[in-house]
Design a protein around this ligand. Structure first.
Ligand code: GLP
Length: 234
């Protein structure tokens, strides 16, 4: 794993957006794996700027990592998040943007394969080390599946639901850890101080299902993107 440290979220986002640009210029029909949450926001803003400067997303296909099940607030669905923060700001074709759902859960991995596999996967990381919604204990070879959210994840995400944990869904559909590991290139973003503990474990400990992100240790092409406040040194 390669680690890069940036002075702030904006410069990290610029860096990653440039890597996406390089990929799309080389391969206009690239397949991107996308994440929600606050971590990739600066990257998406930078991609919207690159689109205005001429980057063409019209042949790009996207697969999002996860989606809530039975989300009662439409504005908090991950589809809505992606439309607002990226898809409505670039010229990606909506029919080429994919999200897992209870109806398609069994076909999502196959759909990714049929599209040619993910060229570049963007990941955030949960405070408890989860990636997508693969909570601690998830098998490293898991495929896209429905999962129960842990109390700590529901607690962390209630900020998006007017601070009311009762509105946070109990389940989500998520790419599995095995699904994510098939991506050819992976960038994991951690850009807030609260992620330090998970990042230290990832960089200093052996792989364990207790820390879902540690599955990445055996991937051949992972880059961890940190801001200075996430200090990985003990
Ligand atoms: C959520 C998402 C993850 C995301 C993580 C971190 O629960 N399912 O895909 O990476 O939490 O979110 P944030 O970037 O807002 O800290």
């Amino acid at each position: 794993m390669v680690v890069k440290v940036f002075k702030d979220k904006a410069s990290l986002g610029e860096f990653l957006a440039e890597r996406v640009k390089e990929l799309i210029e080389k391969k206009p029909d690239a397949v991107l794996g996308l994440a929600t949450g606050s971590s990739p926001l600066a990257t998406y803003a930078a991609l919207a700027r690159l689109y205005k400067q001429g980057l063409d997303f019209s042949k790009v296909t996207t697969f999002n990592l996860d989606e809530y099940v039975d989300c009662r607030i439409e504005k908090e669905t991950y589809r809505y998040f992606m439309d607002e923060n990226l898809f409505n700001k670039i010229n990606v074709k909506k029919k080429r943007t994919h999200f897992p759902s209870p109806e398609t859960v069994g076909e999502y991995d196959e759909d990714i394969e049929k599209a040619g596999g993910i060229d570049l996967q963007i990941l955030g990381i949960g405070v408890n080390g989860h990636i997508a919604f693969n909570e601690p204990g998830t098998s490293f070879d898991s495929k896209t599946h429905i999962t129960d959210l842990t109390e700590s994840t529901r607690e962390a995400n209630k900020r998006f639901f007017n601070g009311d944990i009762s509105l946070v869904p109990y389940q989500a559909v998520t790419m599995g850890l095995g699904t994510i590991m098939k991506a050819r290139k992976i960038y994991l973003i951690a850009n807030t101080e609260e992620k330090t503990k998970a990042i230290r474990s990832l960089l200093n400990e052996e792989a364990s299902v207790k820390l879902p992100a540690s599955v990445l240790i055996s991937h051949p092409d992972v880059t961890i993107l940190l801001t200075e406040e996430v200090n990985p040194v003990f």
